[in-house]
Ligand binder design. Structure first.
Ligand SMILES: [Zn+2]
Length: 391
């Protein structure tokens, strides 16, 4: 640990003692519990909801706070510094919140959810080196997060929506470390021979991938009665513990789930594997798509050395040549040969079943409306490509 970090951690000990000791200020909610909130006589900052990151909070003024944004386990960790908190501020003046990143740089444009439930971008003033950023919050109440918050509860609501549209039941694949159910739905006939597997939210902060996945599955659920020889397994929330706890990357077991395909040391990945192992002999995976987020829109696909002619034809039928086909949602195709033993879902599905297996990466700042519109089109295109190739 370098001297800068030592200094930071020493400061933290002071911060921790300085928070949450005052009584609830008049006119502000008393629902927050000591130890989870940072408060002055005018302002409360709290971390008491699913998706909140339990950041260390320091009072630096009557209307000024510093939050230390830290990863859930020791470095190295993917630089996806998630933050989420809510606040209540009496009076008219804005509130200043400084985010200080440990093991990361300012990445996500902060989003503010107002009383009407709408999310909008919030201006942030990052430091030159990106290790901190200052936010100015309007007085009143609000919820601030690195991206829109999409919780396991939201995933459950989406599953109910898809179930209503398709008449397919929601079922449970397994249970996470924290006891959350890993829920899924199967669209199409259980004996349809061609199985498409759709995975989501292995990585908690990757919300734009979840936004795309919802629209993608919406389009499939509407056509569930016409899938014919195709069935689709949808697992929208593979890492509920990490999402609820505001993790940057890992599950509750401090494991990056997208490095666990092959070893299957974690209950979340194992739950999918067990379901696949129990498939009847006439049903076989033909495609896997795993939804994520990164700096820009892209699909990681098999490298030229490893894609069979049939897999190359499928890529051409679905994605190749359509990189600029969707208004506001350009993407690239990024062929990557498998790193043996890398543990990604992409490589495991490709190597285990000899099928196309893609990572559907949506840019952090992708236009949300265009992301949804493109995802709906891409879902239809996927079915068309599967049908055209007769695979
Ligand atoms: Zn990811």
């Amino acid at each position: 640990m370098g001297s800068t970090k030592r200094h930071l951690w020493a400061g933290l000990a002071l911060m921790a003692g300085g928070c949450a000791s005052a009584p609830p200020p008049a006119g502000l909610s008393d629902a927050v519990t000591a130890g989870t909130a940072c408060r002055t006589s005018a302002v409360i900052i709290a971390f008491d909801f699913d998706g909140a990151a339990p950041a260390r909070c320091a009072v630096t003024g009557e209307r000024a706070f510093t939050l230390l944004v830290t990863p859930e386990h020791a470095p190295p960790i993917n630089p996806s510094p998630w933050y989420a908190f809510r606040y209540e501020a009496a009076g008219d003046a804005p509130v200043s919140v400084t985010l200080r990143y440990l093991e990361g740089r300012h990445r996500y444009v902060p989003k503010l959810k107002d009383g009407a439930g709408d999310w909008r971008d919030l201006a942030a003033d990052p430091s030159d080196d990106g290790t901190s950023a200052v936010l100015r919050l309007p007085a009143g109440k609000g919820l601030v997060a690195a991206q829109e918050i999409v919780t396991p509860g939201d995933a459950t609501a989406n599953l109910a929506k898809w179930s209503a549209a398709s008449n397919a039941p929601v079922f449970t694949l397994g249970t996470s470390h924290d006891g959350h159910q890993i829920k899924a739905i199967r669209l199409g006939r259980a004996d349809a021979p061609k199985l498409v597997v759709l995975l989501g939210r292995q990585h908690p902060p990757e919300v734009t991938g979840a936004i795309a996945m919802e629209a993608f599955v919406d389009a499939l659920a509407e056509r569930a009665g016409t899938l014919g020889e195709v069935q689709v397994l949808v697992v929208p929330m593979l890492n509920p513990d990490g999402v609820v706890r505001g993790h940057w990357r890992a599950n509750r077991g401090a494991i990056d789930l997208n490095r666990d395909w092959g070893d299957f040391t974690q209950p979340e990945t194992r739950s999918v594997k067990a379901w696949l192992d129990a498939l009847p002999s006439g049903v076989r995976p033909v495609l896997m798509v795993d939804f994520h987020s990164t700096g820009r829109n892209l699909f990681y696909v098999q490298g030229e050395n490893e894609a069979s002619p049939a897999q190359t034809r499928f890529l051409a039928a679905w994605l190749a040549g359509r990189e600029d086909a969707f208004a506001g949602y350009p993407f690239t195709l990024e062929p990557r040969n498998a790193n043996p033993g890398s543990g990604t879902s992409k490589n495991w599905f490709h190597q285990t079943y000899a099928i196309p297996a893609y990572t559907y990466e949506v840019g952090d700042n992708a236009d949300r409306k265009a992301t949804r519109a493109a995802a709906r089109e891409l879902a239809g295109g996927m079915l068309g490509a599967l049908a055209a190739l007769g695979e």
